[in-house]
Design a protein around this ligand. Structure first.
Ligand SMILES: Cc1cc2nc3c(=O)[nH]c(=O)nc-3n(C[C@H](O)[C@H](O)[C@H](O)COP(=O)(O)O)c2cc1C
Length: 174
């Protein structure tokens, strides 16, 4: 599969097989995320790779809606930035998240981005706070996303050429 085919192929996968990810593939995912670019090459991010089943079950409750899928993933990667030291932490963490998803796709794995930043865990607690406490993340750090990864249990059709919003592309001027 070439890179453009990979882009058509990648879809958010929310159902995973109960099958662990091989350690070489986990290492490849770690390597890929460290290769992602950051503003001024500051590398002010951190990543927590979680495979522990009990922790995955707790992470599934990170949000009121849209985080349950983490519960059946083989791996969840918390993508952490630092608003105090980088004014591009959201961009840096977003790039790392999508690089991770594309690398996962290339390894035959399915993945889904779960937004944590600015999302509620409950009426009183924000998702970032919930994840910080669960994963021992320092209070000063921000959690942008959790990327859930695993062998796909669902098959989703690839994007088609006719799905592309070519009207969103403007040549020369808006
Ligand atoms: C910034 C961002 C936040 C997202 N947050 C969630 C989420 O919290 N839960 C979820 O199930 N999917 C989430 N997604 C996945 C999107 O719903 C999905 O990418 C979109 O519907 C397009 O579908 P596709 O990825 O299959 O092409 C998120 C994606 C992005 C880029």
């Amino acid at each position: 599969m070439n890179f453009q085919e990979l882009l058509f192929q990648r879809k958010s996968i929310r159902k995973y097989l109960d099958k662990p990810i091989e350690s070489e593939k986990i290492e490849a995912l770690k390597r890929a995320i460290l290769l992602s670019p950051t503003g001024k090459r500051k590398n002010h991010w951190d990543f927590i790779f979680v495979e522990n089943k009990a922790t995955l079950t707790s992470l599934a409750d990170s949000k009121l809606h849209g985080s349950k899928l983490i519960g059946n993933a083989a791996l969840a990667v918390a993508v952490i930035g630092d608003n105090d030291v980088s004014d591009t932490w959201i961009e840096d963490c977003s790039i790392a998240s999508i690089i991770l998803q594309l690398q996962a796709e290339d390894l035959g794995l399915g993945s889904c981005w779960v937004q944590i930043h600015k999302r509620p865990h409950s009426e009183e607690v924000m998702s970032e706070e919930y994840v910080r406490i669960l994963l021992d993340i320092p209070e000063t750090k921000n959690v942008l996303s959790i990327v859930a990864i695993g062998y796909p249990e669902e098959k989703r059709p690839a994007t088609k050429e006719t799905d592309l919003l070519w009207n969103k592309i403007h040549d020369e001027k808006f």
